[in-house]
Design a protein. Structure first.
Length: 743
């Protein structure tokens, strides 16, 4: 069977040659020799039936030929010559030699060459189009995606999604289309009247007719230009609205994703998708698609006027169109693939720049400016290599289109001159047709020129629509939003790993059970990577546990609405983030309806009011990017004020005072501890002087609860907590001794 697969193509060609030879002998019969066109088309039909029968009978020998594009290519092989000869006959050219020479070796090899081109065209463009629309399933070029793999969106699917954004503006597009039609019709005046003027000059018509023609051409040209201006203006305004809509929807879709999505996708890539990719797509569709639309309308009018002048010359012109159309189709697939790769490469370069600028202090501290520059240049070089491939495909397509257009012009002038000599058309008709054909060729060339850019824009939009189609990997939001809350938290057999894997080495929390009672201060302590901050992230519902559940007032944490939950829970972490806005806006973030009085009270509780008043513009001082304009301790106090202004029922402090000096830390904790009657406090701190004031202490080690109780109880047990306290005291004593030695 394996040997058979090697000889199958050769056997197929031998069979085809034998069929062609047999048909050529049968063509010499008295019945067919007097009916050449019947013999020509009959021979093609017999050849097609025999070859298709062989292909369907032995599909395992030639698997590719039994597919959709394979059968289409067989049709091209058998009928391209009858079609070509018939067109020559319709044009009035001699075709008898062609009729009797179709079975020559030259023609047979020509047929195979045309068939190969047809195969490439259908396999790369038409088959993907039919698969995406559900009309055909081509098993040869499709595969079943795995469970974790999403099928790649194709051009048609992306275009349908774009049309969904355009639908609300459909009446504007109807008006634009109407203006396009009128403007395109007006542009037909110059070629049409140029031909008439030529006939009038040759026939020595009255001068008034010439003046009238010039006047009509001028008026119609001005009207066409005005209509085109109005249409372009309305179209670009509409596309600007669509651009803003797409960008807003993509931004909203990204914000709805789970935190793990942001962990897996660098910030620079996300920003590039929302801004750069969306802008590129919108600019291409605003400019390039509008040009394709205008030239397509002109193409239709030009074709109608050309047929009116001479259908034979129009037929000759249209004979070159398949070649002009096939070339961009073959390069369009490559264009679209490269476009996606270029966008990905640019996104990686943007990620390097974003990461470098956001961490500029670290880069400067390690004197690694040259290293980051080299890293950025490597990504730019990768993008440049992809751009060269894209430019090569574009240049090849443009060159082929130009050669086809020039060849057509020469053929039309030669054939049109013969028709004028025979008296079939007038000299004016030939002049009009040549002018129409020049615009016709320009329209076809423009459509083919801007078509790859539109394909590129749609190709780039595939990544954008991936974000729109992606469903967040989090449970559906709950519906509970009670008016009151006690703040009773329970962890029941909670298991969690950031990777989602169940391997023991990946699990961060291992069947954790703990309780945070309402109105009390509960502290979580332990060594690094013991799972303290992970508990906070789960309680803030940034991640979901793989097993077990977290209860709030006896109900699952997932049963509450997201907005309600984050109104009741406030988190202040060690790496608190301030936005590049005023201090006022940072404190009121997410709580814009809060009054200035409430803001002042929250700042005083956080021991921040005094230093804020000392800033240049007080509460209106810009905090800078990520709070870079204020000190670390000031940043933490502003973050605490931002949490307190919400009046939360549950306050979580994850090393929230690590950058504060002893005096400010004492003031902040005294103020917070005085609020325990109003809220539940979950405290994480590496300073035992802070932890010992908690009502209840939970000790974690390697994701497991080792001990729990009050400060005194845990010291009496002389376990892990007592050991941590001893290490902390020894470290504190060592620092004091070093300070005394320094003095």
């Amino acid at each position: 069977m394996e040997k058979m697969s090697y000889f199958s193509p050769l056997l197929f060609m031998c069979l085809d040659v034998c069929v062609v030879h047999a048909i050529s002998l049968a063509q010499l019969s008295p019945i067919l020799i007097s009916r050449p066109f019947l013999a020509l088309w009959g021979s093609g039909a017999v050849r097609a039936c025999l070859l298709i029968s062989f292909t369907l009978k032995y599909p395992e020998s030639l698997p590719g030929m039994s597919s959709f594009e394979g059968l289409q290519s067989l049709g091209v092989l058998c009928f391209h010559f009858p079609v070509y000869t018939t067109l020559l006959w319709m044009l009035g050219l001699s075709a008898m030699e062609e009729l009797w020479g179709w079975h020559s070796w030259e023609r047979v090899l020509q047929g195979y060459a045309v068939t190969v081109v047809a195969w490439l065209y259908w396999s790369r463009y038409v088959s993907s189009l039919l698969v995406s629309s559900g009309e055909y399933i081509l098993s040869l070029y499709t595969k079943t995606p795995s469970k974790n793999e999403k099928p790649k969106q194709d051009t048609v699917a992306s275009l349908k999604k774009l049309m969904g954004f355009m639908l609300p503006y459909r009446w504007r597009f109807v008006v634009v289309l109407f203006l396009v039609v009128l403007s395109s019709y007006g542009e037909m005046a110059i070629p049409q009247y140029s031909g008439r003027v030529t006939d009038w000059i040759i026939n020595e018509e009255a001068p008034d007719a010439f003046t009238e023609a010039i006047t009509i051409m001028t008026l119609m040209t001005i009207a066409s230009a005005v209509l085109e201006f109005v249409g372009d203006l309305m179209y670009n305004f509409t596309m600007s609205h669509i651009h803003n809509s797409v960008q807003g929807v993509v931004f909203q879709a990204v914000l709805k994703q789970e935190i793990a999505f942001f962990d897996a996708n660098p910030t620079g890539v996300l920003v590039s998708r929302i801004t750069t990719d969306t802008n590129d797509m919108s600019e291409a569709l605003s400019e390039k698609l509008s040009l394709v639309m205008w030239y397509t309308a002109r193409f239709g009018f030009l074709l109608c006027f050309m047929v009116r002048q001479s259908w034979k010359m129009t037929l000759l012109t249209c004979m070159g169109l398949p070649i002009v159309w096939v070339i961009p189709k073959l390069t369009g697939h490559f264009h679209q693939t490269i476009a996606v790769k270029v966008q990905e490469s640019l996104a990686k370069a943007n990620q390097v720049a974003t990461e470098t600028f956001s961490c500029i202090k670290t880069v400067r501290s390690f004197a690694n400016e040259d290293g980051e520059t080299e890293r950025y240049r490597r990504h730019l070089e990768e993008t440049y290599a992809l751009n060269k491939k894209e430019a090569l495909a574009y240049a090849a397509s443009t060159w082929a289109n130009s050669m086809t257009t020039l060849t057509l012009k020469v053929c039309i002038l030669y054939y049109g001159g013969n028709l004028v000599t025979r008296g079939t058309v007038s000299s004016g008709d030939l002049v009009s047709f040549v002018l129409f054909e020049l615009q016709f060729a320009s329209a076809v060339e423009a459509v083919m020129h801007y078509y790859p850019a539109v394909k590129k824009a749609i190709g780039g939009s595939e990544k954008i629509f991936e974000y729109l189609d992606r469903k967040p990997l989090v449970p559906q939001e709950g519906t509970l939003a009670p008016a009151n809350i006690e703040g009773h938290i329970q962890f029941k057999n909670v298991r969690f790993s950031y990777s989602g894997k169940t391997d023991e080495k990946d699990i961060v929390l291992k069947d954790v059970c703990l309780e945070v009672k309402p109105g009390q201060v509960t502290a979580l302590v332990g060594l690094n990577r013991s799972g303290k901050s992970t508990c906070v992230k789960l309680l803030d519902r940034l991640y979901q546990p793989q097993a077990g559940e977290i209860l709030l007032d006896g109900n699952s944490l997932q049963s509450y609405t997201d907005q309600w939950l984050h109104d009741k829970i406030a988190v202040v972490s060690q790496d608190c983030v301030l936005f590049a806005r005023s201090v006022r806006e940072n404190i009121k973030y997410g709580c814009r309806d809060a009054s200035d009085e409430e803001m002042f009270n929250a700042a005083k509780l956080a021991s921040a009011h005094k230093f804020i008043l000392g800033l240049p513009n007080q509460y209106d001082t810009d905090a800078g990017e990520k709070g870079g304009q204020v000190a670390g301790g000031q940043k933490q106090r502003i973050a605490i004020a931002r949490a307190l202004i919400r009046r939360p029922r549950i306050l979580i402090l994850d090393n929230a005072t690590s950058d504060l000096d002893t005096e400010n830390e004492y003031q902040v904790h005294q103020a917070l501890l005085n609020q325990t009657n109003n809220c539940t406090v979950l405290l994480i701190s590496n300073k035992m002087s802070v932890v010992e004031k908690a009502d209840h202490i939970v000790v974690l080690s390697e994701g497991v609860v080792k001990e729990e109780g009050s400060h005194g109880e845990l010291l009496q047990r002389d376990g892990l907590y007592a050991e941590l306290v001893k290490k902390h005291n020894m470290s504190f004593q060592r620092k004091e001794e070093q300070g005394e030695d320094a003095q």
